[in-house]
Ligand binder design. Structure first.
Ligand code: NAD
Ligand code: UDP
Length: 389
C-alpha cells in the first residue's frame, strides 16, 4: 500500500495519489515541495527545471524507496515540445518557473517580462486545452504599494488596516511609472493572473493562484561566488547571509525602512499541500500565503540576523554591522520598492484552515545554522583564493 493511502482531505474523504507536473521544481520552493511530497504523501512528481542541484538528493539518482515516484526532466519551458506531453501525463500542474529576484527586474526587464508572462502562457494553454488543474505561483508584489503610502507621513489613517492590509479580492494593484522598471515583474505576474482567471471564467480552467509573501529558509537563492555568480544579487536573506559569512557590513538599501513579513518555507509548504489535496476548496481562488505576525523593517531584519548569526557561529558581530547604500548604487536605475506587505489571512484560513506558525527568530535560527554549516568553509576558501590572485 502507498504511504499516502491513509491521507484524507479537509472534508474527511481519502486523497487519491496524483501525478504532479512541477515546473521550476529545482528552485527554492520546488525543492521543499518535492521533499515534502516524497516524505509524506504517495503523489508522483514529474520535476521540470533547467537545474537540479537543489533536488539532486531526490533525483540523481532517486533513492530506492522513491523509485518511480519522482523523475527529473531537464528542459527549458521556453522552447521544448516535451512540455505538453508532461502536462498531459499529469493530473495537476504546478508552475513555479520564473525570474524572481528584484535585482533582475530593472536590469533585465525583457527577460523578466518574458519569463513571468510569455513563457507561462503555454503552460496555461496546455492546462486549459487538456482540462488539467493548474496551481500557478504569482507574488505578493502584484499589490505593489499600499494605499496608505500615498498619505502624508504622519497621517493617522496610515495606521488603519484598510489602508495597508492586502486582501486578495479587494485590494488594488498599485505600481509606479513605466520608467521604474522594478514593476516589470509585478505587472507581468498581474497579467498572467488575469489570463488564468479569464481561462477559468470563459473556459472552465480549474486553477489556484498563490501569492507568496517573502517565504524564506534553507536553499533560498545562492551565495555569490560560491554557488552563484560573484556579481549576482540574490534576495535579501541570501544577501545578508553572504555579508555575515564574509564578516562584512549588511547593506541597507535606502535606509532599510520598508517593511516585510517573512514566512518560514516549511509553514508555506503546508499551505501548498493543502491546496494540492483540497481542490474543491482551493479551485477558483487566489491565496495570500504569508505570516502577518512576522513583520519587521529591513533594518530590524539586519539587526536580528546579525544577533542570531553571532549566536550560531560563535563569531562576535562587527562593530559597525550595517551600512547604508542608495537604491541607485545597489540596484541601478529604475529600482523602486513596496513599502509594506501585510497579508490578509481571512481567505486561506476560511478555505483551508491554514495559519502560519514559526516566529521570525526561530526561523532565522534554523536558517542561519544551515547557512553557516553549508557555506562557511566554502566562503573562507573562496576569499583566500580571491586574495591570493
Ligand atoms: P527560484 O528561482 O528558486 O525557483 C524558480 C525555478 O524555476 C528555478 O529553479 C529555475 O531554474 C526554474 N526556471 C525558471 N525559468 C525556467 C524555464 N524557462 N524552464 C524551466 N525552468 C525554469 O524561486 P522560488 O523562490 O522558488 O520561487 C518560485 C515561484 O514563486 C516564482 O514564480 C516566484 O515568482 C514565486 N514567488 C516566490 C516568493 C518567495 O518568497 N520565495 C515570493 C513571491 C513569489
Ligand atoms: N535589501 C537590502 N539589502 C540587501 C538586499 C535587499 O536592504 O542586501 C532590501 C530591498 O531593497 C527590499 C528588501 O530588502 O527593500 C527585500 O528585498 P528582496 O530582494 O528580498 O525582495 P522583495 O521583498 O523586495 O521582493
Amino acid at each position: 500500500p502507498s504511504p499516502a493511502s491513509g491521507r484524507v482531505d479537509l472534508d474527511g474523504a481519502p486523497v487519491a495519489p496524483l501525478t504532479i507536473c512541477m515546473i521550476g521544481a529545482g528552485g527554492f520552493i520546488g525543492s521543499h515541495l518535492c521533499e515534502k511530497l516524497m516524505a509524506e504523501t504517495s503523489h508522483t512528481v514529474l520535476a521540470v527545471d533547467v537545474y537540479c542541484d537543489k533536488i539532486r538528493h531526490l533525483v540523481d539518482p532517486a533513492p530506492p524507496h522513491l523509485a518511480g515516484r519522482i523523475s527529473f526532466h531537464r528542459l527549458n519551458i521556453k522552447n521544448d515540445s516535451r512540455l505538453e506531453g508532461l502536462i498531459k501525463m499529469a493530473d495537476l500542474t504546478i508552475n513555479l518557473a520564473a525570474i524572481c529576484t528584484p535585482a533582475d527586474y530593472n536590469t533585465r526587464p525583457l527577460d523578466t517580462i518574458y519569463s513571468n508572462f510569455i513563457d507561462a502562457l503555454p503552460v496555461v494553454k496546455y492546462c486549459s486545452e487538456n482540462s488539467k488543474r493548474l496551481i500557478h505561483f504569482s507574488t505578493c508584489e502584484v499589490y505593489g504599494k499600499t494605499i496608505g503610502s500615498f498619505l502624508p507621513k504622519d497621517h493617522p489613517l496610515r495606521k488603519e488596516p484598510e489602508f495597508f492590509v492586502l486582501t486578495e479580492d479587494e485590494s488594488p494593484c498599485i505600481f509606479g511609472p513605466i520608467v521604474k522598471q522594478r514593476w516589470s515583474y509585478a505587472c507581468a505576474k498581474q497579467l498572467i493572473e488575469r489570463l488564468i482567471f479569464a481561462e477559468g471564467a470563459e473556459n472552465d480552467l480549474e486553477f489556484t493562484i498563490v501569492r507568496p509573501f517573502n517565504w524564506i529558509g534553507p536553499r533560498m537563492d545562492f551565495i555569490p561566488g560560491v554557488d552563484g555568480p560573484s556579481e549576482g544579487v540574490p534576495r535579501v536573506l541570501a544577501c545578508f547571509s553572504n555579508n555575515l559569512l564574509r564578516r562584512e557590513p549588511l547593506k541597507l538599501v535606502d535606509g532599510g525602512e520598508v517593511q516585510r513579513t517573512f514566512l518560514y518555507i516549511k509553514d508555506a509548504i503546508e499551505a501548498v499541500v493543502l491546496m494540492i489535496e483540497n481542490p474543491a476548496r482551493a479551485n477558483g481562488h487566489i491565496f495570500n500565503v504569508g505570516n502577518p505576525n512576522n513583520e519587521v523593517t529591513v533594518r530590524e531584519l539586519a539587526e536580528m540576523m546579525t544577533e542570531v548569526y553571532a549566536n550560531v557561529s560563535g563569531e562576535p558581530p562587527l562593530e559597525e554591522p550595517v551600512i547604508d547604500v542608495s537604491a541607485q548604487q545597489f540596484y541601478g536605475e529604475g529600482y523602486d520598492d513596496s513599502d509594506k506587505r501585510i497579508p490578509s489571512m481571512t481567505l486561506i484560513n476560511k478555505q483551508l484552515g491554514w495559519n502560519p506558525k514559526t516566529p521570525l527568530k526561530d526561523l532565522l535560527e534554523t536558517t542561519l545554522t544551515y547557512q553557516h554549516k553549508t557555506y562557511k568553509e566554502a566562503v573562507k576558501t573562496q576569499m583566500s583564493q580571491a586574495s591570493a590572485s
